[in-house]
Ligand binder design. Structure first.
Ligand SMILES: Cc1cc2nc3c(=O)[nH]c(=O)nc-3n(C[C@H](O)[C@H](O)[C@H](O)COP(=O)(O)OP(=O)(O)OC[C@H]3O[C@@H](n4cnc5c(N)ncnc54)[C@H](O)[C@@H]3O)c2cc1C
Length: 386
């Protein structure tokens, strides 16, 4: 069967726009399926910055299939439990992250990026290529890059993130939707009292704080607070602002922020986009945040991009006509990605409630619901198989 798939698609060539986690995952998946895939990245080098990323079993299942899970696990921290707390530290719920065929893992996103990159030959990786537009050309597509450079292929995959140029050409340039809060992410050295294994999130009023060890020597944390879109940093800097916002929260939140360098704190707006009914056209499709950017509340954006990549390769492997394969892939992914994005938006909205009575009610109901919830391994988000 593997050989037949290979023969069907061996002559097809693909342009992948964007060398983030989604673009590299697509290249790995397509090359494994026997396709020729080239990644065009606008940056001068292939690298990821940023903080940690949680990879849930729906994604690690795919990484295992590609042979990269071992490397990611060696550099990350396996997640054994998820604790939900109130600001003063009382535990609302504790969810065992066990019983999966592949574990959940938290890792620095640069490590995941490097693990995917290691699977790809240098010849298929093109830096300093900023896509400006594309045009259908016969049965294929021409990609036009800054500086007047062009590339031709049988298909193009827009994996160019939340501000995707490919998406804008297909569907019009529309700004992402701001969801009402800022997110800070910090990287701290390992500190006493925070063991690898459990991760946690703490809910207050209009604020949340998350702790996730991402390896033997680093802890990633994130903090949220209701804010205006593109709100400027406080004059004292990000670290001071987060310290003040979370000053009276439970230990070790204060210690963790204090141990973080100002330069290791990032700030983003919480943004997503409404689900598209149709992602692509002809031999052009979208993948990852270009197709379905979601707020980070369920830690699934990169996971869904990895799922997309595996699903796309599967659709192409069984079909000669790229456009037909793309539509099959989009049909398979549309409901799934829209469901997870909706769930993430809702959890974010509820998590950011401010009114004291609503917060009390939320905490009470969450405690009840999570106490009676089925094991995490049955959760449809984690149980998904491409
Ligand atoms: C605060 C926060 C926390 C998150 N936490 C998690 C988590 O715990 N777990 C998880 O699974 N997900 C998480 N995510 C989501 C995850 O980061 C994204 O979903 C994922 O990185 C998307 O990957 P991508 O490759 O689709 O897009 P991107 O990572 O945005 O990559 C796009 C690439 O395309 C390139 N590019 C853009 N335009 C062009 C162009 N015109 N020409 C050529 N190249 C171009 C860019 O330089 C970039 O390299 C989080 C997101 C945020 C904001």
């Amino acid at each position: 069967m593997g050989l037949r798939f290979r023969l069907l698609v061996v002559s097809k060539k693909f342009i992948i726009v964007g060398g983030g986690i989604g673009g590299l995952a697509a290249a790995v998946a397509l090359r494994r399926a026997g396709c020729e895939a080239e990644v065009y990245e606008r940056a001068p080098a292939f690298r990821e910055v940023g903080a940690g990323v949680s990879l849930w079993p729906n994604a690690t299942r795919v990484l295992r299939m590609w042979g990269v899970l071992e490397r990611v696990l060696a550099r990350g921290a396996e997640v054994t439990r998820f604790d939900l707390r109130r600001a003063e530290g009382v535990r609302l719920a504790s969810i065992a992250m066990s019983g999966f065929d592949t574990p959940a893992v938290c890792v620095h996103r640069a490590e995941l990026h490097a693990a995917l990159l290691a699977e790809l030959p240098a010849a298929c990786l093109k830096t300093d290529h900023t896509l400006e537009s594309f045009a259908m050309a016969g049965a294929g597509v021409v990609a036009r890059f800054s500086g007047g450079r062009e590339a031709r292929a049988d298909g193009l995959i827009g994996a160019d993130g939340i501000h995707s140029v490919v998406r804008a050409q297909l569907h019009g340039a529309v700004a992402p939707t701001f969801r009402g809060y800022s997110i800070w992410r910090g990287l701290a050295p390992a500190i006493e009292g925070i063991a690898r294994g459990p991760i946690s999130e703490t809910w207050g009023r209009g604020q949340r704080f998350g702790i996730m060890p991402i390896g033997p020597d680093r802890i990633c944390w994130y903090a949220t607070c209701n804010a205006r879109a593109a709100q400027a940093d406080a004059p004292g800097g990000r670290k001071r602002e987060v310290q003040e916002l979370f000053a009276d929260w439970h230990a070790p939140i204060g210690t963790l922020i204090a141990a973080t360098r100002e330069a290791d704190i990032l700030r983003n707006d919480a943004r997503d986009r409404p689900a598209l009914r149709r992602w692509g056209r002809g031999c052009v499709t979208l993948l990852g945040d270009a197709a379905h950017p979601l707020t980070p509340n369920v830690g699934q954006g990169a996971c869904l991009a990895i799922e997309d990549a595996a699903c796309l390769a599967k659709a192409l492997a069984g079909e000669e006509d790229v456009a037909v394969a793309y539509r099959a892939y989009e049909a398979r992914r549309n409901a799934r990605t829209a469901f997870v994005a909706r769930q993430s938006r809702r959890i974010g909205a509820i998590g950011q409630w401010e009114h004291p009575w609503m917060v009390r009610g939320r905490n009470f109901i969450t405690r009840l619901l999570l106490a009676g919830a089925p094991p995490a391994r049955l959760n449809p988000v984690y149980a998904y198989e491409v």
